[in-house]
Each structure stands twice: as C-alpha cells, then as structure tokens.
Ligand binder design. Structure first.
Ligand SMILES: [Zn+2]
Length: 80
C-alpha cells in the first residue's frame, strides 16, 4: 500500500481531485475562475485597507514630528 495518496482538494468547492489532470481541468472552469477573481478582489481590498491605515498612521506620525521639530527649533533659536 502506498503511504502517500495523491489527491488535490480545491478551496473553491472543497472537492477532491484524484489526479493532477482532473484538478487542472477543474481550474479552467468558470466556477473556479470566478472564485479566483473573487479571492483576488478580496485580497486587493484587504491590502487597500491595510495601506489606508498605514497612510493614516504615517500622517499622524509626520504631524507629531513636525510639532517636535518646531519645538526644538524654537528652543535652539532661544539659546542664540
Ligand atoms: Zn476550484
């Protein structure tokens, strides 16, 4: 008995394919392609949200640093 059984399960439908060929054929179907597109869209939206959050955090950080810079410049100019 073979200890390794070859099977591929696709995440789009949870179906298991017994050979690479049948799996590859499944990957060409409209259902699978639509699922792939949906997943890509979901990932893009998640990435967009992540970047938006990063931009917001960087803007706040930038303002804080500008404020700190102003304070330091004022202090330094006072020592002249
Ligand atoms: Zn699939």
């Amino acid at each position: 008995m073979n200890s390794i059984s070859y099977s591929l399960t696709c995440k789009c439908n949870n179906k298991t394919y017994s050979s690479e060929k049948s799996y590859k054929n499944h990957c060409k179907t409209k259902g699978h392609l639509a699922w792939t597109e949906q997943m890509e869209l979901k990932n893009i939206k998640m990435e967009l949200t992540r970047r938006d959050n990063e931009i917001t955090a960087l803007k706040v950080q930038n303002e804080d640093l500008r404020d700190l810079n102003l304070i330091l410049v004022k202090r330094l100019s006072g020592f002249k």
